[in-house]
Design a protein around this ligand. Structure first.
Ligand SMILES: [Zn+2]
Length: 407
């Protein structure tokens, strides 16, 4: 008789029939099918539940979360100033502990809500130096076996050569997962993008950028990045977050760009909860919505994920580290209410996000990592509408949370 680590009995694995078992061995999915023979150290009655590969929050700022809670930011500029004041108020030798203390709270929320992988943009500049890079590295070790934490590190373009040398060293040591940056809105954006692609080539790293997060109808940086991706054969390894300017462009200008993005296999991340909070504030009616063209990207076959972005910091005072909640918000913004459309939204928080993180072994097939979330709902649309309980969260086959509480 086969002996397993865990068997989930009779649930509905995402995209499969109700009444399917999943058996886990050595942290991986060992068998999938109805009424699997064998026993396990832990047998979970999953009847009536949805079993999903765990969520992937692929655009976060773990070093900004829970900052400036004592101040009220009235707009983006005020938020930037509050964040700057917080950053400057900390002596450098206290930054790492401050980042880790705040980030742990949100990582714990994410795990309890069924996320297995978090991809975080790192605050790296002349103020904090590399302290947040080190904090992310220490969090990655601390959370090994509970959540995978990937970092996105920008190479500062302020000419601090000592800092850049140190970053190069960290990249050589394999301590950087993605190269980041905010290369838009400046006259020299092309030179900045060129520099980012040169670093990516130098260290064979993928790229994940903030791009065109504005209200004005100017997507020139996005167009340049798409073409650069094709020219440098980086297809599939470049991710662009936000792209809110696309919502301000007329169709005849936006559609060719979206086709170019499809050709370049750009991964897109939309951050509706943060963008709808921050964008369009200067507009008289009609107010621009500040969310990228999600539907058009989906129609064009572009891989598009949603993510949470800022969580309870000066940029957005909301967020619970809950990808289902972010998904429901995304669905409402997209005016996606049918079961079919809600399936697409669920896909954006799972498989699509896993793809922009370049994860391997993600999913529900035999041999995939057993990063699983058992949701108290029969279907993805029910799960989104009800923000259903996450009954069990497994990371590499080990239970890490149960009914919203960390184990
Ligand atoms: Zn962001």
């Amino acid at each position: 008789m086969e002996s397993y680590q865990v068997i989930l009995r009779g649930g509905t694995p995402l995209g499969m029939a109700a009444g399917t078992d999943i058996a886990v061995s050595g942290g991986k999915i060992a068998a999938v099918g109805p009424s699997l023979p064998g026993r396990a150290e832990l047998e979970i009655d999953a009847a009536g539940t949805l079993i999903s590969p765990s969520f992937v929050d692929s655009h976060m700022h773990l070093d900004k979360v829970l900052t400036g809670l004592e101040e009220d930011a009235t707009d983006t500029w005020a938020a930037v100033q509050i964040m700057l004041r917080h950053a400057k108020s900390l002596p450098r030798d206290q930054v790492r502990e401050d980042v880790k203390r705040r980030a742990r709270q949100v990582i714990d929320w994410e795990i309890a809500h069924g996320s297995s992988t978090l991809k975080s943009h790192v605050y790296c500049n002349g103020i904090w130096g590399l302290e947040s890079v080190y904090a992310h590295r220490e969090l990655k070790e601390e959370y090994a076996g509970r959540a995978d934490i990937l970092n996105i590190v920008p190479w500062p373009d302020d000419g601090d050569s000592a800092l850049i040398d140190q970053l190069d060293q960290l990249a050589r040591q394999g301590c950087v997962d993605f190269i980041g940056g905010f290369p838009y809105g400046m006259p020299d954006y092309r030179a900045r993008i060129d520099a980012i692609f040169r670093k990516a080539e130098q260290f064979s790293l993928p790229i994940d950028l903030h791009v065109d997060e504005k209200d004005i109808p100017d997507a020139n940086a996005f167009a340049y990045i798409c073409q650069k991706t094709i020219d440098t054969r980086m297809e599939g390894r470049v991710t662009c977050g936000h792209l809110t300017t696309l919502s301000a462009l007329p169709d005849e200008e936006a559609k060719p760009l979206i086709e170019l993005a499809a050709q370049a296999k750009i991964n897109v991340i939309t951050l509706p909860s943060c963008n709808m909070y921050l964008r369009g504030r200067e507009d008289a009616q009609p107010i621009r919505r500040g969310v990228t063209r999600i539907h058009d990207f989906l129609q064009a076959g572009v891989n598009i994920a949603y993510a949470s972005d800022n969580i309870r910091d000066p940029f957005r005072p909301f967020g619970n580290g809950d990808m289902l909640e972010e998904g429901l918000f995304t669905a409402q913004v997209m005016q996606y209410g049918t079961r079919d459309a809600l399936d697409k939204v669920f896909h954006m928080g799972t498989y699509a996000a896993a793809q922009n993180c370049l994860l391997t072994g993600y999913g529900l097939d035999t041999g995939c990592r057993a990063d699983l979330t058992v949701i108290d709902a029969p279907t993805p649309s029910d799960a989104l509408k009800s923000l259903s309980r996450r009954l069990w969260v497994l990371k590499d086959g080990r239970v890490v949370a149960r009914d919203g509480v960390l184990v």
